[in-house]
Ligand binder design. Sequence first.
Ligand SMILES: Nc1ncnc2c1ncn2[C@@H]1O[C@H](COP(=O)(O)OP(=O)(O)OP(=O)(O)O)[C@@H](O)[C@H]1O
Length: 794
Amino acid sequence: MKETESEELSSASPSCSPPPGSHSAAPPAEAPGCQKLEENRDMEIKQVTLHKRSGQVKDHSKKVGVLTAEVVSSCVSNLGRFGSGLHHVYHHLSLPSQDLSDVSVLSKYVHLEMLELPHNKIKDLSCVSHMPYLVTLNASHNEISSFFGFQPPMNLKEVNFSHNRITKMEDLSAYSSLCNLDLDYNSLSEITGLEQCFKLTHLSVAHNKISRISGLHSLPLTHLCLRGNQLERIEGLEDLKCLQVLDLSLNRITSLSGLLNLHLLGSINLEKNMISEIQECKHIHDIFLLRDLNLVGNPVQDQPDYRLAVIFLLQHLTVLDQEKVTVEEKVSSVNQFDPPLDVVAARDHMTHLVYQLMQPQVLYDSTMPTTDSPYPMLVLTGPQGCGKRELAHRLCQELNEYFAHGTSHTTRGPYFGEEDGIDCHFVSEEDFQNMIHMGKFIQTMQYGGHSYGLSREAIEEVAREGLACCVHMELEGVFSLKNSYFEPRYILLIPTQMDKYMGHLTSRDLYTQAQIDMAVSRVELYANTNRQRLGFFDNVIPCADWEEAYQSLRQVVKEYLLLEEQEEGENNNRGSPDNTSNGHEPEEKLPSPRSGSGALASHSATPIDPSDPSYRNYFTKIQAELSPEKNPVELASIRRREHLVREAMVGKSPGVYSQLFKSSAQSAPSSLQNPDAHVNEASSSDESRASSALTVPGSAGGLNDSVEPQDISVLGHNLETLKDQTPEATRPGTDLQDVVVSPSSDKRPGSNNKPILPPIPAGRKTPASPSPATSPRPSPHPAGGEGGDVDREG
Ligand SMILES: Nc1ncnc2c1ncn2[C@@H]1O[C@H](COP(=O)(O)OP(=O)(O)OP(=O)(O)O)[C@@H](O)[C@H]1O
């Protein structure tokens, strides 16, 4: 406002000017009692009201920048009662943008509760010392350089000193009611003096020169704004347990560390900082109330999959970078970064299918199995190092007339003693990727930073031998196979004694502690899968003791193959071998090879000794070395037998053997009922009993068996022990008793609908291997209790 205009207005309406000492807001009650003054006060209120109504008063500063009582009178509001209730005062005064530089007249307005003086030129606010009832003070956009340069009004709660010239904060312990302090756009380099502000919930110190967060310890701040400073790290906030909204935008912050314990934080603004790593979000992962995160203008936004990755890490976010997080984004993020096993499997399967279909040579490959032509397969699954690999190899050795190992490809390097092509096909990452693109794999998975894959060729190679393929793999592989046209039998081998399991992993001396932890943690994954997906595995075998586990596995597999009955039959009919009443050729009833190395061999394959450093090299080598010639009759017998095995493995209706011995199969389906069936049946150990009970071969998927309720009581002790030892033991719903005793399907899902197997493309290439009796590693169980040395063909 111009000076002349101001003068004019001022002189043009002298009546508007209240007499000295008279003002629109009454003096304090404790002021010297002056009845006249008090009477005048009421008069003035009326006057001011009249002025306000008539709109006559606009600006009445006598001098430029000097506030007059007239102006005050025109700008007060919020009439209220005072003291006894008989007096009236105005509580609010608002004088924005008046070019005021001198507001000393306000020292007479002692009853003001709200004073707004923004956008003026005020340097001195000492008048506020006379306003004991002041609650809100807005002096933003002025020229104030002294920090709280007035006596503390007792009830002062909100102060806005933004856009001033304050360079230093001073002790505010006398301002104990202060709740909200705005010091934006000053020249502060440090936050100090707030230690005693026990009611301060909102503090804004945006656009200052603060390079370090300090002086905030234990304040009850719920809102803190430090936007536009020079901060490089988040610190000094650890004790702000009430903090809900934090604005650190426009700084130079590179990490989100320092926010760890702020559990009530709901919103963090980090716009335009220097955060470059998605992993930084891990620092705020545990802030469960965090709903709104702003990382706009940070280098991290350029990271691939940035948005989904952040949403994945911070699942509770509802707004990211000022955009609402959609449900679809949340689902996609989980599917991308921690997909459920089904999703992984479906994706894996899709990949391989796509690549297989892209390969013309595969498309027209007559040997390519179709959905009606699954090759027989046996899949042993379980957590790393549970023994499945050793058991698979041993089974392939002992039942080498029926099984051969399907060797996976891997990008990991060979362990000491491992041989390429036997333990695994060791390939480079590049070769592995090439194989994927060439459609070579049935399934692949990532485990421990390496790729693993089972090639179609690995299975077909075995099938060409006329054998069923026995593989071992992690759970993801099983999920993947379930999507494929293969329909294997799935046997879960699960550690039931965690200390033993961990001890075994450690003693292998191959794994880091992190790898061991991961393997151990996955036990629960297997357990849950078995518990939640009835019939997902055809059998579950606890593998606390590998020898017992092997015996159980062997028994289960023999029941798949309906060999137990044959064995019985052979033993029972040793003196009458023809069985001609059934109309079968003698050799059809004589599955045991001449060498005795097959299912009816006189002894088990070499027991597993994990402490033997060469045990990883297995028996496969032995098999490869031994390949005696077979005569045509033997070969014909073997072929018929192979056919039956394949039928049995894919769940087709039982073949001649089971027809022959049907009655005995029904009368003694379970090894539990047969004291001779298990080597350690008589063992008094809990593990032994658990193992026996758990594997109940009669309910284990035998083709003719009905589901038999399993006696879980014998597992009690064992499982209690396990519960104590398992890290997840206390988690509700993770009772491992459920795990191991959940019913294995006695029939595989879909086993009723098994297609008939196609003829094996090329017949058996190499004859069956001879007995492991010729193994350089003599079996410690030469008798084996498995029917003795039967050489029926001879
Ligand atoms: N094609 C595959 N698909 C899925 N999992 C696989 C595949 N091949 C191997 N695995 C599994 O990956 C895990 C890691 O294999 P690796 O050969 O490195 O294991 P390991 O340390 O020798 O343990 P293990 O004795 O259980 O095989 C094992 O559990 C193994 O069974």
